[in-house]
Write a protein that binds this ligand. Structure first.
Ligand SMILES: [Mg+2]
Length: 200
């Protein structure tokens, strides 16, 4: 089987409402339209991979087993809404500085480490894949892995990207549902035969 394209997605403020250092599964709330968007992407053939920085673990604010409980609860919640993820990758490392554009650890976004691991383990096609998230570190993690990236929400702006080359491969939309629409539009354009595209 040939490698699948993926949509890598951030967790907090992208898939679920952001509760800083979420430690109770009861606090989970999937954002409006997100489950439907996951379903549409899956039907189009995209693997769906959650990529999340969880410094709360490294800071000792939650244990890894509690994080697993939260992610089990998230998977149940998504299943109730008819959606599913293919995998969840998290990085427990604590950042040293607060510049979200600097890679301190390859596995912590903006580093591409988690995306590379997923690509190997799930046989993904990075060239055809996307990263979606609400922080500039999400956008950069995708670009650093060789994907295109979509910034969602209003927590950051693409002007924070350090280079013009990065800005050319990044997009900004309102939320995950809108990001999925952009990805699916691009996907269907690519699937059209050339003569279709050439027609006026
Ligand atoms: Mg986030």
């Amino acid at each position: 089987m040939s490698a699948r394209p993926a949509v890598f997605l951030d967790r907090d403020d992208t898939l679920i409402a952001n509760v800083p250092y979420l430690s109770d599964p009861a606090g989970l709330r999937v954002l409006p339209g997100a489950s439907q968007a996951l379903g549409a992407l899956r039907r189009a053939g995209f693997a769906l991979v959650l990529i999340t920085n969880q410094s709360a673990v490294g800071r000792g604010l939650i244990t890894e087993s509690r994080l697993h409980e939260i992610h089990d609860a998230l998977n149940r919640l998504l299943a109730e809404e008819g959606a599913a993820l293919d995998a969840i990758y998290y990085c427990p490392e604590v950042p040293l500085g607060d510049d979200r554009t600097i890679i301190e650890n390859p596995n912590r976004k903006p580093g591409p480490g988690m995306l590379h691991r997923a690509t190997e383990e799930l046989d993904l096609d990075l060239d055809a894949s996307w990263m979606v998230g609400d922080q500039i570190s999400d956008v950069l993690a995708g670009l650093n892995a060789g994907c295109r990236s979509i910034l969602v929400g209003s927590n950051a702006t693409l002007s924070e990207l350090p280079t013009e080359a990065a800005r050319e491969r990044a997009f900004a939309v309102s939320d995950f549902a809108a990001a999925a629409e952009l990805i699916l539009n691009d996907h269907s354009r690519r699937l059209q035969p050339r003569e279709e595209l050439a027609r006026p």
